[in-house]
Design a protein around this ligand. Structure first.
Ligand SMILES: *Cc1c(COP(=O)(O)O)cnc(C)c1O
Ligand code: SF4
Length: 340
């Protein structure tokens, strides 16, 4: 199973029948459609939904299919439903919690030694309501090819950079050809050794893991890994897990990061199940992030004290390597801060 020279073939899985681009284009784009699909009467829901937010609703069908019909408190639904309380102004919650805007140059964040982060796409396949980049000025940061050339030049001219992280938005919104071009350009910079892709796309639309993508990542000289973003075990159905495992089986490690979210995954049973489910597809937990204080997300906040109790409880029930690192980003620090 491990590291075979050839790409491990699959007999066209169910999820490959429709192209990922088609799924992306046909995503739910408002609460009403989504609630209708889930047969939830909005008057029965314990929240006021809101349709006129700056950060629109976006949920592809393949993700909505993993939600429970008729359940207004489904943990996947709560991550994406636009709620009126997002409009509340809460002290300490700003538009740029990590002080990223204005750092580095357009489309590039260089905060930590040896690693730079490319912001490659202005959007995501899904809009998570707690997103710490929901107010990020993507228009000026991403998409433009001239930024990309400037950013490749930036990496070329700094030999301390050994790892490039493709992030966003979601970098896998780029097509395989465009991505191949970029990976090729990065691999021509001798001091770049590692390539990391931070993406939620394979969780949201598993058919994004195409044959071409696997071939591309398996073939580059760069040591490559994927870091996906999953918060609840229900996000990993068998199609999703199997697609990600294909990457692992072709020599590309897959790690997961989660955000600790009130009423979604803030209990040790859910987090333990998430770790076990991930590992059943050979995916390892990496970070569990405390929520960044971004405007509109205060209702998802779980305290540091409770998070520490949770991690302690996970340690008592899981092998050490299945316990994620509890992390928080503090503006100005030289790395993420590990709390436990
Ligand atoms: C999180 C992050 C990284 C990667 O940090 P690791 O601890 O190596 O995962 C790099 N750059 C930026 C700007 C980040 O926010
Ligand atoms: S996938 Fe990540 S970057 Fe995109 S909206 Fe969700 S949290 Fe934000």
């Amino acid at each position: 199973m491990k590291n075979s020279a050839a790409i491990i073939p699959v007999s066209s899985p169910e999820c490959q029948k429709k192209s990922w681009k088609h799924e992306l284009k046909n995503a739910f784009s408002n609460n009403r459609q989504l609630l209708e699909y889930l047969q939830i009467d909005k008057r029965a829901a314990p929240y006021e939904i809101n349709e006129s937010l700056d950060f629109p609703v976006r949920v592809p069908l393949s993700f909505a299919k993993r939600m429970k019909v008729g359940d207004p408190l489904d943990p996947l639904l709560l991550q994406v439903l636009a709620n009126d309380i997002e409009n509340q102004v809460v002290a300490g919650y700003g538009k740029d919690p990590l002080l990223e805007q204005g750092l580095s140059q357009p489309g590039l964040l260089h905060k930590y030694y040896g690693r730079v982060l490319f912001i490659l796409s202005g959007s995501c396949a899904i809009n998570c309501r707690y997103c710490f980049r929901r107010h990020f000025p993507y228009q000026t940061s991403a998409d433009s090819y001239s930024n990309l050339q400037n950013n490749l030049d930036y990496v070329s001219s700094d030999t301390s950079i050994s790892e490039v992280i493709l992030s966003g938005g979601d970098p896998l919104l780029m097509g395989d050809q465009q991505l191949a071009l970029l990976v090729n350009q990065l691999s021509e910079i001798p001091h770049v050794k590692q390539l990391r892709i931070h993406t939620r796309m394979p969780i949201v639309i598993p058919s994004r893991i195409t044959e071409q993508l696997i071939e591309l990542l398996a073939a580059t000289r760069l040591i490559t890994c994927l870091v996906v973003h999953t918060n609840h075990p229900n996000e990993i159905d068998d199609i999703t897990g199997t697609q990600l495992q294909r990457l692992v089986q072709n020599g590309i490690p897959v790690l997961n990061q989660s955000v600790l979210l009130k009423d979604i995954n803030n209990n040790s049973k859910t987090l333990a199940l998430l770790s076990r489910r991930l590992f059943s597809y050979q995916i390892l937990p990496y970070y569990l992030h405390l929520l960044d204080p971004v405007q509109g997300s205060a209702h998802f906040y779980e305290s540091e004290a409770n998070a520490l109790v949770l991690i302690d409880s996970l340690r008592k029930s899981l092998p050490g390597f299945l316990v994620p690192r509890l992390a928080v980003e503090r503006p100005g620090e030289k790395s993420k801060t590990i709390l436990a």
